[in-house]
Design a protein around this ligand. Structure first.
Ligand SMILES: [Zn+2]
Length: 238
């Protein structure tokens, strides 16, 4: 299967919180989208790896993605090294995404910045044909995504690119709510965390609304890039 977009998160729920409205919009236009989780989020204060696996599968169904896989790297401790890069390269060469969306370059959780660099490095290395990888007994061809976008998550980073996601926030919130163990739930007996407050839950909508306000649409999601974004004509931006 070939993908148009592969969205990668260090933890299950990173993608839903940060760029799922963008994904839902592209899926509605017929694009093929997949999600790759680097860890099972086993160090998360609330829930368990098993619960989060089920929640991630529910969220994937809600968004209508074509695949979701988990590389089971060690939550909190994975590093940007050859072994981890090769695992991601194998996925990139299998699904050949045109675009990769991945974690924020700088964020509160240490795995986010780490995951951002690891995935961006793997996207570059995947294009080098002398790096040999094998999948199902077959050697894989080199593949480099055309661009890598870093979605914005916890911190209010200044975006380089903003996507109008008006009309897709309901789908986004439905996918976020699939993570019942993680977010605001008045009945929950689990310990409170920075992401379990009602303010955090509301912030997903009000931050998208505020970003939308700045670009004159109702809701928006923002991204950072490592490379300048180019357009054919400035008129493409009006
Ligand atoms: Zn995370």
């Amino acid at each position: 299967m070939k993908l148009d977009i592969l969205a990668v998160g260090s933890h299950p729920d990173d993608v839903e919180l940060s760029c799922s409205a963008t994904l839902a919009k592209e899926i509605s236009r017929g694009k093929k989208v997949g999600i790759l989780d680097l860890t099972r989020g086993e160090l998360g204060t609330r829930g368990t790896a098993e619960i989060r696996e089920k929640e991630a599968a529910d969220a994937a169904k809600i968004l209508g993605v074509s695949m979701r896989e988990n590389l089971e790297f060690s939550d909190g401790f994975f590093t940007n090294n050859v072994a981890h890069q090769l695992e991601i390269i194998k996925v990139l060469r299998r699904y050949k995404p045109e675009l990769v969306l991945c974690n924020a370059i700088d964020d509160r959780h240490i795995d986010h910045g780490k995951g951002a660099k690891l995935v961006a490095d793997a996207c570059f290395l995947s294009g080098l044909r002398k790096i040999e990888t094998i999948f199902n007994g077959n050697s894989q061809h080199a593949w480099r995504p055309k661009n890598v976008f870093h979605y914005i998550q916890w911190k209010n980073l200044t975006p380089d690119v903003v996507v109008d996601v008006t009309g897709f926030m309901d789908k986004k919130m439905e996918s976020v709510k699939a993570y019942r163990s993680q977010f605001w739930d008045e009945e929950s007996k689990e310990p409170e965390t920075p992401i379990s407050s009602s303010n955090f839950f509301d912030s997903i909508t009000y931050r998208a609304r505020d970003l939308g306000r700045l670009v004159n649409v109702e809701y928006a999601e923002g991204f950072n890039v490592n490379r300048h974004v180019a357009v054919d004509s400035l008129f493409d931006l009006i």
